[in-house]
Design a protein around this ligand. Structure first.
Ligand SMILES: [Zn+2]
Length: 175
């Protein structure tokens, strides 16, 4: 290796393509010799000449992002030749939809549970129905208007009324 020029080792692209890595090599900044697999993947999926064409069409400050995106896509397509990174994206999208449904169902359960408890509280003799009732409509309306996907933490009692219902979001900043 110490024959001609050992000043700079060739970039991963030139090493892979078995050519001399010139000082103005378009690949050198983005395909360091320590990451040979990065170029191998990108070359296999997109082809070295397409990659160099693409890099020349992109502004220099965007080239690193372009290479990272190509490397990501190439790696994904190596793993999944049919769907590539679209496979990963759609799996994640389905996961988001499933979790959103789960969250909605859980929020509905919590609301139902809270309403049942409120109803049984007001039915109990000896309690003050007026006080219990005062907190509930405000709590439920704030729930639906401001936080459609969020339920208050367990220390929030929409049926308790009074000042305790007001610092449910502040987290205990009592005056
Ligand atoms: Zn090179």
């Amino acid at each position: 290796m110490a024959s001609s020029s050992y000043s700079n080792p060739p970039c991963a692209a030139c090493k892979f393509l078995r050519r001399k890595c010139l000082p103005d090599c378009v690949f050198a900044p983005y395909f360091p010799p320590e990451e040979p697999q990065k170029f191998a993947n990108v070359h296999k999926i997109f082809g070295a000449s397409n990659v160099s064409k693409l890099l020349n069409e992109v502004l220099p400050h965007q080239r690193e992002d372009a290479v990272n995106s190509l490397a990501y896509e190439a790696e994904a397509r190596m793993k999944d030749p049919v769907y590539g990174c679209v496979g990963a994206i759609s799996v994640l999208q389905r996961q988001v939809i499933r979790l959103q449904k789960e969250l909605d169902a859980t929020n509905a359960d919590l609301m139902r549970h809270a309403c049942n408890e409120m109803a049984s509280n007001t039915a109990l003799p000896g309690t003050n129905p007026g006080q219990n009732y005062s907190g509930s409509p405000r709590g439920s309306s704030r729930y639906s208007e401001n936080n459609p996907g969020y339920y208050y933490p367990s220390n929030y009692n929409p049926w308790s009324g009074g000042p305790s219902g007001d610092h449910d979001q502040g987290g205990g900043s009592s005056v």
